[in-house]
Design a protein around this ligand. Structure first.
Ligand code: HEM
Length: 455
């Protein structure tokens, strides 16, 4: 089997480069080898990286049974557990997706509109004028509160506070390339007590698990048949044999939604606020579009605004927080772009490289929302949420949340960047976030008469 060219650096060096500076590594690899290229990393299957829309279409539209994905995601197993949707394949994967997808779309999703705006306003109201402060932690707090509300129906109380704090701390334990290495190198995963990074991770996971199992236990004792939140929907669900999900299945799926739906959206929001304030012409155009709607606009109307939508699309294009689709490991021989791939080879659609192709996005390093007003991109040219049978189940929810949070923040508060220097993407676990958290200064709270405050 003839594989595409591979960078000359040793596999271990490639892995370290990929962890430390993922975007630089990917760009250098394409320069050296062209596209597609082969990535060899110790402990991982040989991977072939694609950024050509035709190849991505072939991969996303192939029969899902040609691939296995679950085993390719093992780096997330310690956090999410073996029953997580991302570790399932075949029938169990389809069944869980069918259960988990509807709450994040359509009418169900829209019921969260006002809640999202209220949470954003409440969190941002804690800012005082004049002092520089990083915006990223506030965006994390907003997205964590939103996802906790969607998943558990919780937005206050002791257990809510504990889950919120423990989850934030767990994410913080992967907040640099060095600490993210814990996930990539199993030999670092040794519990050497409280002072060791892995020991601390395990204890925190134990505390989160106790909180999640306590919530599940309480729901068993007092069943909630309303189906108003996702945990109650999961507890009502039965498989073909009439069996409910086990408690450990429930726990793993809860962690998957909390993790998948939190950091990704928070980083994208921090990036959006960075670009909007870094480029005054973008901010002015956006404010012009928001102005006629007033402070208490209908969330559905906000979600339809064309320039706001283009700003969100361009934010997710230029630095996609998840920069690869989930891996597709070949199970039965398949041909892609003239290459014949045998079982065991991992095929990876690289979101970042696709979004930076000159032929699709001229001047790819420039933030230009207008590209999304001037033309439509196919799902294989623009793929911040992946595609095919593994496409992100939260994509509609994430976009809805991003638009509502941005509209709320921009129409109620005036900000400026504390420092107009360049901000770089840095790794945080398997996602990337803006370096330094984007320090901003609140310059004015835009008070208006007769505006009801929902919180
Ligand atoms: C801006 C925010 C988000 C981004 C950029 C993002 C991106 C992605 C990407 C790239 C994938 C892999 C898709 C593939 O391999 O084809 C994915 C999968 C997934 N996402 Fe998201 N996501 C976001 C928000 C969310 C939210 C809000 C949720 C949940 C509420 C969520 C839950 C999931 C789950 C469960 C999967 C696994 C799907 C499967 O294995 O079938 N994500 N996401």
């Amino acid at each position: 089997m003839q594989l595409p060219k591979s960078p000359k650096a040793l596999p271990l060096i490639q892995l370290i480069q990929g962890i430390a500076n993922p975007f630089e590594y990917l760009e250098a690899a394409v320069q050296e080898c062209g596209e597609p290229f082969t990535m060899r990393s110790p402990g991982f299957p040989i991977s072939v990286v694609f950024s050509n829309p035709e190849a991505i279409q072939q991969i996303f539209t192939a029969d899902p049974n040609c691939f296995e994905t679950g085993s390719g995601n093992r780096i997330m197993q310690p956090v999410l557990g073996e029953n997580s949707l991302i570790h399932l394949d075949g029938r169990p994967h389809q069944r869980q997706r069918k259960l988990l997808t509807p709450p994040f779309h359509g009418e169900r999703m829209r019921t969260y509109g006002t809640i999202i705006c209220d949470i954003a306003e409440k969190v941002m109201n804690e800012w005082t004028t004049g002092n520089p402060r990083a915006i990223h932690p506030s965006m994390q707090e907003i997205s964590l509160r939103v996802i906790l509300k969607a998943v558990f129906g919780l937005d206050e109380g002791e257990r809510f506070e504990q889950i919120r704090q423990q989850l934030s701390s767990m994410l913080d334990s992967f907040n640099s390339p060095l600490s993210s290495s814990l996930l990539f190198f199993p030999f670092l995963q040794h519990d050497l007590g409280d002072w060791s990074p892995w020991g601390r991770f395990l204890r925190r996971r134990q505390e989160i698990d106790e909180l999640l199992y306590a919530e599940i236990r309480e729901r068993h004792e007092q069943p909630d048949r309303s189906g108003n939140d996702i945990l109650s929907l999961m507890m009502l669900a039965r498989d073909e044999d009439g069996q409910p999900m086990t408690d450990s299945e429930l726990r793993d799926e809860l962690m998957t939604l909390l993790f998948g739906g939190h950091e990704t959206t928070a980083s994208s929001l921090a990036w959006a606020l960075y670009w909007i304030h870094h480029l005054p012409e973008v901010r002015d155009k956006l404010l012009q579009e928001l102005e006629p709607l007033g402070r208490d606009a209908d969330p559905n109307e906000i979600a339809r605004l064309p320039y706001l939508s283009a700003v969100c699309s361009e934010t997710l294009r230029i630095y996609p927080t998840v920069f690869f689709s989930l891996p597709r490991i070949v199970k039965s021989p398949i041909e892609v772009m003239g290459y014949q791939f045998e079982p065991g080879i991992m095929l990876a659609a690289c979101i970042y490289l696709t979004h930076h192709r000159e032929d699709l996005y001229p001047e790819p390093k420039r933030f230009k929302p207008e590209r999304f007003l001037e033309r439509q991109f196919s799902p294989y040219e623009y793929l911040p949420f992946g595609g095919g049978s593994r496409r992100c189940i939260g994509y509609a929810f994430a976009l809805f949340e991003m638009k509502l949070v941005l509209a709320t923040v921009l129409s109620r508060f005036q900000f400026s960047l504390a420092d107009n220097g360049p901000v770089k993407p840095v790794r945080r676990g398997i996602t990337t976030t803006p370096s330094g958290g984007v320090p901003m200064i609140l310059t004015n709270k835009l008070e208006k008469a007769n505006t009801p405050v929902h919180v």
